[in-house]
Design a protein around this ligand. Sequence first.
Ligand SMILES: Nc1ncnc2c1ncn2[C@@H]1O[C@H](COP(=O)(O)OP(=O)(O)OP(=O)(O)O)[C@@H](O)[C@H]1O
Ligand SMILES: [Mg+2]
Length: 272
Amino acid sequence: MLDQSDGYVTEDGRKIGSVVMEMKNITLRFGGVEAIKNISFDIREGEIRAIIGPNGAGKSSMLNVISGFYVPQDGEVWYRGERRAPMRPYEVARQGIARTFQNIALFEGMSVLDNVMTGRLTKMKSGLFGQAIWKGKAEAEEVANREVAEKIIDFLEIQSIRKTPVARLPYGLKKRVELARALASQPKILLLDEPMAGMNVEEKEDMSRFILDVNDEFGTTIALIEHDMGVVMDLSDRVVVMDYGKKIGDGTPDEVRANQDVIDAYLGVSHD
Ligand SMILES: Nc1ncnc2c1ncn2[C@@H]1O[C@H](COP(=O)(O)OP(=O)(O)OP(=O)(O)O)[C@@H](O)[C@H]1O
Ligand SMILES: [Mg+2]
């Protein structure tokens, strides 16, 4: 089914492009612990790529390698056809890769709008010096940034809480605000570390719909870690399966579901 060169069209008519990111033989160690063992996989433009596996499999570590939080001891990261030099997270962000965290990382005392505005920081052109000299320009930039933030807030249907301090929000909404902040940077690739963890069924359905809408509306490529297999099977085009730092499966949801190694290691057992 997969055309390895130029992409393909999914059953529901979504267009998946060519490979935009490639992880080649990635190995990551923490002291004696090998969190990622020689793993390779790719991400295609426009696809929703899931990473699954039991607790401690190395999923977050992999997302942290993509986002520049960890530098692997071995292996190569290729982005848009070029090998990426080791980079700081902010440099990766400037390349159009945004993320959310497994444990929500928002400014709790700040309003929803201000939190979403922090997602614009990587886009700011005028630094402090520029702002001092070109006040008008900095103000124009601020207005433009605010417009993008407001647009994302509308899109994720959180207008009614835009002035509310994040600390006062229930967990499910905090997760949505974190998504909003990541989207505010208008990323090409969005990395989501368990966007639905701890949510009830209704909240999961909402989040699933927003993820699909983001992918559809903005053409954003999405890589997400998720434990809920129903969600994974519904949302994703392809799935990477990790176990103890190794890759034990990679393919469409149907292929992965039929893979005996995956069944043995993971499926059929509950992981929350
Ligand atoms: N900063 C760190 N320092 C030391 N060890 C780490 C660090 N981050 C992760 N590890 C170890 O690497 C392994 C993989 O952890 P990781 O968080 O990537 O797993 P995961 O698949 O995301 O698990 P979970 O489903 O519980 O979130 C684990 O053994 C973990 O203890
Ligand atoms: Mg994790």
